[in-house]
Unconditional design. Sequence first.
Length: 507
Amino acid sequence: MTSTLQPATTTEAVRRPGRWLALSVLVLAVLLVAVDATVLGLATPYISEDLKPTGTQLLWIGDVYSFVIAGLLVSMGSLGDRIGRKRILLLGATAFGAISVLNAYATTPELMILARALLGVAGATLMPATLALIRNLFHDPRERSLAVGIWGATASAGTAVGPIVGGFLLEHFWWGSVFLINLPVMAVLVLVGIKFLPESRNPAPGPWDMTSVALSLVGVIAVVYAVKETAAHGLTWEPVAAGLLGAAGLYAFVRRQLTLPAPLLDMRLFRNRGFSGAVLADLLTVLGLSGLVFFLSQYLQLVQGRRPLEAGLAELPAAVGAVVAGLMAGQVARRYSVRAVVSAGLAAIGLALASLTLLDRSTGYPMLGAALLVVGVGAGLSFTVTADVILSSVPKEQAGAASAVSETAYELGAALGIAVLGSIVTGVYRDFAAPVGTPEGARESLGGAVEAASGLPTNVAQDLLSSAGEAFVNGLAIAAGAGAAVLLATAVAAWFMLRGQRLDKGF
């Protein structure tokens, strides 16, 4: 594709000194977010046992972070463009570390949900700032592709490091310890970032419109809430009202952006077919994947009886595949084409998810490990190339807002995926045939069934765990099938929407 940037006129402008050291600071922020997201899934059985959330509360613990971060990403990306991306990154990292302590010491489901929501506020400052700073650090398109690949590979590495470190901590300490691992990463990020990160901002940003901030926040959260409640409880007046409120908020947000002289988000970005196609591909890909990922740790631990560390290691192939593919993605896309690489990556994920519809309680690890490896390779190819397309589609002054749109699609997809696919798993699970005398809490979650079984006679407990495990796996298989359908359809859509897109060759 043709970049909107003019070629730099000097070597210094193209290759800023210290840019790779600055990149190492940015990937620490990515690592912070990735580790936090993965350890939550691993700790879920322990949180369920200790805090005793209902099934609905458990889903809120899983997705409220994504709800809040999705609602605030555009606003925070635009704020970074205005006050400085380095400043907002360091402030957000400090807040992220502090709020992680609140997550670690939550004593009730309600407090845990609040802590996750506050973490979403802090997290909304991190990802747009990292991508925007990459856009401003690396002017050579080939170097930028490699930097984006390293950025994505670090996120994938975080998904591997998180479960392994988290599994070790869960075997030796209480579940809150998995959130405290954010603190040393945050400390290094802030101390090194103060010294080595260059500041960048939009030189003529205009005012930060609080009305637009409120409209985007209300619109996104209300729409996602409506989808979640409809998927969980059917079409009732409450989600319909929330959906209408959200739609009205987003409509008003778009109308307002089109009239403001300095909008929070320049809606003209979406006229670029490559930008729109890449954003849509990201949203649907994460939607198809996230529900499965959220429940995979529970399957490995509570159904197959793996220890936390073993469960973390079992998920390693996905991260390895994503790291390797992400580092190669830019080179492969230049050799072939953007749409070929993205569509192939999405199709690979879809086929891997389709194979997981064959899961049962005794499925051997070779099949599961192979499927996770293919998922990782596909995700590494598609996400890296779409991020590169999004960054190179906009002027560097708007990098924060464009990055925020990309991350909003990612987080919105995660929230919707957990809401819709997670509700499929929960809905199928609740219908299992429980033995007589089973406590009602066993139907709320698989963790609740495991806890209930510990207080029942041996034969009744075995029947309960067998029925609950079978129902959970059935729900997981159906969710995997739905995710596969979404990914394969997205692969076809990407083939058409990304037609003619090319990554710049560089200097």
